[in-house]
Design a protein around this ligand. Sequence first.
Ligand SMILES: [Zn+2]
Length: 324
Amino acid sequence: MTSPAAGDAAALPDYAPIPRSALGPALNEQGYYVGRVERNLYYVTDGVYQSAFLTTPDGVVLFDAPPSIGHNLRRAVAEVASAEGVTNTVTHLVYSHHHYDHAGASSIFGGDVTRIGHEENRRLLLRDNDPDRPVPDVTFADRHTLEVGGERIELAWHGPNHSPDNIYIHFPDHDTLMFIDVVNAGWVPIFNVNLSDDVPGYMAAPATVLSYPWKHFICGHLGRLATRDDVAVHQQYIADIEASAREALASVNPVPAYMRYGENVWAGVKAHLGAVTERAAAPIIAKYTGVLAAADIEELTYTTTFQIMQSLRLDSGPSGPIHP
Ligand SMILES: [Zn+2]
């Protein structure tokens, strides 16, 4: 395969401009933006990652600690706490899931913070054995109500999706839901259903997101908060891929590819499933270019289509006819 080295910028392709509506507010000199979501709930972004925090009279509750925002989390908390005249001490840290890119700055908040996550979160962090991501002190199986300084946060696990431990963080008194790494507000998912483990769980998650009452949605990526419309557009994108993959699986004839390659059956598999993926992805790329940012980066929709098509074969079945 010949593809230009990432270091050779002049050789890299051009893409469509990103619509302003897919971008967040301008960052400050330190490289972050902190904005009020509602009342004493705030979100912080570096334009790529998002975190959130709640200020209370008894301490600050932090939700995720992406390393790319890193020490700017402390600056954002200090800036807001000072303006509000409340303590800037972070007393609780909730992990949305165990991935390093959302939790890797956890250790900068020290050992006195109460960390909270799903029981799978604890298992996975024990496995990863990473000093940057201390294991949670408080875990739960299905639901946990966190009460700090008169505020209430409802944590829930509805099964595996992006990761085995990814939870829904609901702020019923702030009209907000936080749920990370499934919907990217205004953008297509990156490679392979946003690098997710469980494809049926990933595909079903937006319906669970929409079953909650909320006005503001913290999705974990890019610069702005998401709306219910953003979730609906993402849900339609995934539904369109599923329908297109079903059509392509039913209509691409695999025989010529396997005949062509004979005993090299893996070459036959590659040619067959490659043809299915190309046929399924092409109309999606055409439909969503100009609707979702980066939809014209064909590899992103192509790899997501491949994952969904494989899940239709392997999770839903059938992968092929039963031999007579
Ligand atoms: Zn993740």
